[in-house]
Ligand binder design. Sequence first.
Ligand code: C2E
Ligand code: MG
Ligand code: MG
Ligand code: MG
Length: 290
Amino acid sequence: AAKAAGKNCVRTTGEALDRVVDRRARLARDLPDAIADGGLSLELQPVVGLEEGRVLGLEALVRWRHRELGDVPPEEFVGVAEDEGLVVPLQRWVLGTATAVLAPLLAQGHDLQLGVNVSVRHLQAGCLAADVARALAASGVPARRLMLEITESVLVDAEDRVERELAALREAGCLISIDDFGTGHSTLARLSRLPVDVLKMDRDFVARIEEDPRTAAVVASVVQLGRTLGLDVVAEGVETLGQVTALRGLGCRYLQGHLLGRPVPAADLPAVLAAPVADVVRGDELPSHV
Ligand code: C2E
Ligand code: MG
Ligand code: MG
Ligand code: MG
């Protein structure tokens, strides 16, 4: 309720504002313990290759179930972490945990890429590349298995230090993706110079792809842009078979979204990876869980 009040009211009442402030203070107070004492968890969501017909990657998504407040959305508490100087310990926990989840799957022969969301504050702090190297060394995960997801808005006005960190990560063999691509006003000139490998097309485009021919045209040009620049394009937020069909028709080969698989705890991954995705991807049959 506090979040809704903060987001949706233009003129927030004094009382509602107090609640927003209280909640934020509460989260700021409790987050350090959650990071240090096992209060956080990860869910992982599959990324599927249309041509391969299988799960090619997993995106790590951080979760926090607060004792009294219940599930706190990651966007909310990552924001708190950024404001409270907690983003480096938070991201270290995510990197360490996500690579520790991936390592045994690789050892079992699964051919997977791991996507980890990154905060610009960690890049600005100048220790992301070192923290990534430490997580890779501790888990034994090869650098080329790790893809760091950075929101487009960050890259538009990236400072030199941020660019140096990105270059160091890439030098080490990690991949870089632009998350929520299409929402951040990057210029084509800038995009062609950025050290990136993958575009993750924002789910707003996918949501409108069937009804709105202009959106479909934009998606087609993003796919073409990816081809021209040598970048893979992943469509986020795929929820319907119609969207799969439309994306396939426009040449988009990589899909992520509830239709292909919801985020799940690490314990559920063996079942997710064992289940066939070919039916969904071909579009002739609805998977049983939808
Ligand atoms: P994101 O990186 O763009 O992640 C995708 C979000 O879309 C996730 O929300 C995911 O659960 C949701 N999603 C996936 N498929 C569908 C679908 O078919 N329909 C809809 N409606 N949603 C779908 P989530 O987990 O709430 O995360 C929200 C954002 O929080 C992420 O957006 C990312 O920016 C941030 N975030 C999550 N984990 C981390 C983290 O470890 N570190 C940082 N810095 N940010 C994180
Ligand atoms: Mg992401
Ligand atoms: Mg995204
Ligand atoms: Mg997003």
